[in-house]
Design a protein around this ligand. Structure first.
Ligand code: BG6
Length: 438
């Protein structure tokens, strides 16, 4: 089937820098050629958009059209209706790549328009999906009024990342890990998404989100759910999403005393640019195992990484040796490199048998090709595979998890630009006798 692709907010940053390039690559590489048109719907046509268009290969460029569009103007939908007439019998994809406050008008406008058409349709909604639990529920209700759940694709680009997908594969396609993936063997888990860049150029947007809404509610909790979920009954989208919802629902209400908010020096706004916290998952697998999450802007380097830290070996066992073996770890590194690393303690070259072990790494380079997360998610979208898109209850549950942090008087600490890890966040683990692997 042929598909017409409509990007609403089609000349904005996301469309220009991520979506359209990903579509171009899929189209020109032959991976997805069933495109009948790519429409960039926006109020104005910017020179940046024109420049981007000119950088595309001619065969893809020929598919792309700019359409003046104001999501609040009924005439815009009339014009869109005229374009839809040209795509009879084809599939229609509407990608909402615009400010979240415009989602509701757009969904309503599209929903009403589409009542006059019978084409198969899909709607993609970017994050942040709402600004709290109540608004996410409202947005879901609105979507339900015009679309069925199978047509709704709530996207989180972290799920298009190869190494994050590999967490699932490592856990559920190998029999050697399941037995140790629980409270009996795991000491704690760390989930990091540190960034060296600040919020330059996105201040207005960021003021409405802050680190909690921008990163924690979505990307961080998605990473956590992949590490912590139960195995699904079978490799089937709904069963996989069921398990993610279950583990998210098992998260104990976050204790505000276990949260550090921060703001980097020189940031002019009121939002928090950093958050670190401890949480627990109250289920049989993870009872008592702390999960530490940390994300922030303007730090020393970009580092996206999940570390599963296994328990120490008994102290008395090694007490006669003057050494302390480090804990085994499995690291899923997403940035700067894509790799999975297993840390083991092994024997060094030595002239005696009883000897202090040294830490060795086994590295699995997981980057098979340089593929952008949006490329793989777009392929799933065209296939109609919703596994890596968030279901309505998943996104609502994630809001419930962060809800106590939204209205909490944040009183953020200030940290210097380029910090490795603000001291207060370091202390969060130190008081538990642990340290961040940064
Ligand atoms: C986006 C956030 O969703 O993810 C940004 O809005 C953040 O603030 C970005 O910088 C991080 O994504 P990535 O893929 O660059 O790690």
């Amino acid at each position: 089937m042929l598909w017409a692709f409509f990007v609403i907010g089609g000349t904005g940053d996301l469309a220009r820098n991520k979506l359209l390039p990903a579509l171009e690559k899929l189209y020109t590489s032959g991976l997805f050629r069933n495109l009948s048109g790519v429409y960039a719907l926006a109020r104005t046509k910017t020179t940046q958009w024109e420049e981007k268009l000119n950088s595309f290969r001619p065969e893809f460029r020929a598919l792309c059209k700019y359409v003046p569009f104001d999501v609040k103007d009924p005439n815009s939908y009339k014009e869109l209706g005229r374009i839809l007439q040209e795509h009879k019998g084809q599939g229609l994809i509407f990608y909402l790549a615009l400010s979240p406050e415009l989602f509701e008008d757009t969904i309503r406008g599209l929903g009403v328009l589409l009542r006059n058409f019978e084409n198969p349709r899909r709607i993609v909604v970017e994050k942040p999906f709402g600004k709290d639990y109540a608004s996410a529920v409202r947005l879901n209700e609105l979507l339900r009024r015009y679309f069925v759940e199978e047509e709704v694709f709530r996207i989180d680009h972290f799920l298009g990342k190869h190494t994050i997908q590999n967490i699932f594969s490592l856990r559920f396609s190998n029999s050697i890990f399941e037995g140790v993936w629980n409270k009996n063997f795991v000491d704690h888990v760390q989930v990091l998404a540190l960034e060296d860049k600040g919020v330059e150029g996105r201040e207005a947007f960021y003021e409405t989100t802050g680190a909690v809404r921008d990163m924690l509610q979505n990307h961080m909790l998605q990473m956590l759910s992949f590490v912590a979920m139960e195995p699904p009954c079978c490799m089937e989208p709904e069963s996989i999403r069921d398990e993610k919802v279950k583990v998210l629902r098992s998260i104990r209400q976050i204790d505000p005393r276990e949260v550090v908010f921060g703001r980097y020096e020189g940031y002019k706004g009121k939002a928090e640019t950093f958050v670190a916290l401890k949480l627990y998952i109250d289920n049989l697998r993870w009872q008592g195992v702390p999960f530490y999450l940390m994300t922030g802007k303007a730090l020393a380097r970009k580092l996206t990484r999940i570390t599963v830290v296994f328990k120490e070996i008994p102290k008395s066992f090694i007490s006669l040796l003057d050494c302390e073996p480090r804990q085994n770890r499995i690291v899923f590194e997403v940035a700067p490199e894509n790799k999975i690393v297993l840390y083991l303690e092994l024997r060094p070259l030595a002239d005696r048998f009883i000897v202090c072990p040294v830490e060795r790494q086994i590295v699995f380079d997981t980057e098979v090709e340089n593929k952008e997360p949006y490329e793989s998610l777009l392929v799933d979208l065209f296939r109609g595979d919703q596994t890596l898109f968030m279901r309505y209850d998943e996104v609502e549950t994630m809001w419930k998890v962060v809800e106590p942090l939204l209205d909490f008087p944040k009183d953020p600490i200030t940290y210097p630009v380029g910090s490795w890890c603000p001291k207060e966040a370091w202390d969060l683990l130190k008081k538990d006798g642990r340290e961040w692997f940064v």
